[in-house]
Design a protein around this ligand. Structure first.
Ligand code: TXA
Ligand code: MG
Length: 344
């Protein structure tokens, strides 16, 4: 009973696509509807309605203490529910909106407590995707939207992923083809003296520094948890994870040793690695999933969640995945792999 609208060939000059109109109407009526963005698919509902927002938490099985990102279609909407815009945020908005950057603001009283999980701040982003923009424009509402996956599972980068996780639990899915970047937006708190990256994502630390200046951007790590900067509450949960245990292995040599051991103990394995390492690894594993080329991290990011879902279909005893340098997009890739892995 979940309706799927196919809007794959919607172009930027959209005026009044009937499918978008219907999806927007359903959001206005308080339903939860999934839609593509340039990062991952989101599950959207009216951010001003407690009962609509509750449907998101229920459909996803999401813990109520994990706040949602509010999505807007125009920068003008921001002042409707944000108490003030810090100077650094102004600079970042000018440079990166619309785009994969979520900013934290002191909130106004009219933002639903359900959206912010009782925090004094609200996370906002303006997505850069033809379908998302059309939908937000048509809905004329701030739309709360987490990733449209079952809580804990890899985020959806295709409408099929959403359907698999949530069909029968949500009103509809707008299918706009594969999402773009493939990992979520960067979440930045710049309400203080420096910009804290609470979750690495589509906009890199290097990009942020190029506009804010070197030394003014920091990535919040587990060690800094006690620091004054607030942590993105969602990051404490195990996330993005396949059902089979995922183990990260730093070099191909120890990966080969791990595979030998698994073979001797009769365990079924899946290996996720770059195509440059395929020849040396594939004969020792039950399945090999190619992550892409080690020189094309944006390709690896775009397909990572799909690959994690595919790895799961083998029902393996263990999934081994190789690691990447934590710079540029590698920071977001490694953040998700660590969250998905067995050890973290
Ligand atoms: O790319 C994205 O950001 C996608 C698409 C759909 O826009 N959305 C997304 O939402 O990833 P979600 O709910 O899966 O992740 C939201 C993250 C969580 O880690 C949450 O804890 C954090 O943002 N967050 C939300 N509100 C916050 C706040 N007021 N302060 C700190 N962190 C916040
Ligand atoms: Mg999520």
């Amino acid at each position: 009973q979940t309706k799927v609208w196919n809007v794959d060939n919607l172009n930027d000059g959209y005026t009044s696509d009937p499918d978008i109109k219907e999806a927007a109407l359903w959001i206005k009526q308080g339903e939860a509807v999934a839609f593509p963005t340039e990062t991952v698919y989101g599950l959207g509902a009216d951010a001003t309605s407690d009962s609509a927002v509750e449907k998101i938490f229920k459909a996803k099985g999401r813990p109520g203490d994990n706040p949602l990102i509010v999505h807007i279609g125009s920068k003008k909407q921001l002042t409707d529910f944000v108490a003030f815009i810090p100077r650094m945020a102004e600079v970042l908005i000018k440079e990166f909106w619309p785009g994969p950057l979520t900013l934290i603001f002191p909130k106004r009283a009219n933002v639903s407590e359900k959206v912010t999980a009782g925090l004094g701040t609200v996370a906002v982003r303006m997505p850069d995707h033809v379908v998302a923009r059309a939908l937000l424009k048509e809905a004329e509402l701030p739309v709360a939207a987490p990733s449209a996956n079952q809580s804990g599972r890899p985020s959806p980068t295709k409408a099929q992923h959403v359907y698999h996780d949530l069909h029968g639990r949500i009103a509809g899915i707008v299918d706009g083809g594969p999402s773009g970047f493939g990992l979520e937006s960067t979440v930045v708190d710049c309400t203080g003296d420096i910009a804290w990256i609470l979750r690495p994502g589509g906009v890199t630390k290097e990009q942020l520094e190029s506009v804010l200046g070197e030394g003014s951007v920091r990535i919040e790590s587990k060690k800094q948890k006690s620091h004054h900067a607030p942590k993105a509450p969602g990051m404490k949960y195990r996330h993005y994870a396949p059902d089979s245990p995922l183990v990260l292995v730093e070099d191909t040599k120890s990966l080969q040793q791990n595979l030998q051991e698994a073979k001797e103990t009769g365990r079924k394995t899946v290996v996720m690695a770059v195509n440059e390492h395929q020849a040396m690894l594939e004969q020792d594993t039950d399945a090999f999933i190619c992550l892409g080329s080690m020189n094309k991290l944006e390709q690896i990011a775009a397909h990572l969640y799909d690959n994690l879902r595919q790895a799961d279909q083998w029902d393996a005893d263990i999934i081994f995945c190789e690691t990447f340098p934590k710079e540029g997009i590698g920071e977001a890739i490694m953040n998700r792999l660590e969250k998905a892995s067995f050890q973290s």
